[in-house]
Design a protein around this ligand. Sequence first.
Ligand code: DOR
Ligand code: ZN
Length: 353
Amino acid sequence: MTTTLTIIQPDDWHIHLRDGAALATTVPHAATSFNRVICMPNLTPPVKTAAQAISYRERIMQALADSDIDKARKAAFDPRMVLYLTDHTTASDIDDAVATGIISAVKLYPAGATTNSADGVTDILARAEVFDAMQKHGLPLLVHGEITRESIDIFDREKRFLDEVLQKIISTFAELRIVMEHITTADAADFCLAQGNHIAATITPQHLLFNRNHLLVGGVKPHYYCLPILKRAVHQKRLLEVATSGNPKFFLGTDSAPHATSTKEAACGCAGCYTATHALPLYAAAFESVDALDKLENFASVYGAKFYGLPTNTSTITLIKKPQTIAASYPYLETQTLTPLLAGETIAWQVAQ
Ligand code: DOR
Ligand code: ZN
């Protein structure tokens, strides 16, 4: 007997679609599974103003129109934009963002934390007027939670961020809605649990399925490299526990992050796992591993919408427990390729056609 699982159509509360020619690959991939997608603003240059967010969304919608995915998926796809917080963002930038109706959040990248974060914030607590404006509007702050000082061990960067920065932001701006993006440690999961319901967290499929051994044992595997980096197995286990606990603070955010194959399989390889095409089967495998498939729908399709104050989707998607082999690569940026996470490997689940 085939196992099938039909759930409310999910949303992806954290994805990188990039820009320009990349959109021809990334947009149809995302739109095949997800309705609302929160589009990360770390372009070069970053999306810093309402006007830039509006024109970025138009380019995404054009790529959607030009793609050959089916009409119903095209109609359902709703990219929601994010403003990139810099040392120069003002309260009136926040007012302008809210007035657009298409900007759902503001992203905090500590300067130097990850891909295209050079314009990130150097003195976070100095952004008080911005956080006040966000509180006033109820606009969430999405946080890449890593301390970037060179002296701090890469495996400790998330925990140090909680202690040194996030706790201060939360105590100073008591009503600021915050999403701790792509959490990777038991410390972050427990920190989130200790806060009020205005603080939530997204979790990626790779942090539920893998730990640092997958990245490093038997040779360095660049397609498992993302930031924050995979941690010890005890952290993976705790993330699986909270993701499958039925607590609405934890919801789906793939952090699918495309990089051309040649830039990942390199002496200084880029950070990011590409999962937009098979994120749902990956999450299904993770939830099944702890016998919690019944918790997948809320995690993937209900809790995120609730946090963002949006209705749940009305369509459904069906997953089938039937092996699929992940593509070796996809065409990318006209002349390049994009290697997905688990390229060429077989996974147990697929999305019904
Ligand atoms: O692995 C990552 N890749 N982490 C991030 O925070 C950024 C992302 C990217 O943009 O490639
Ligand atoms: Zn990201």
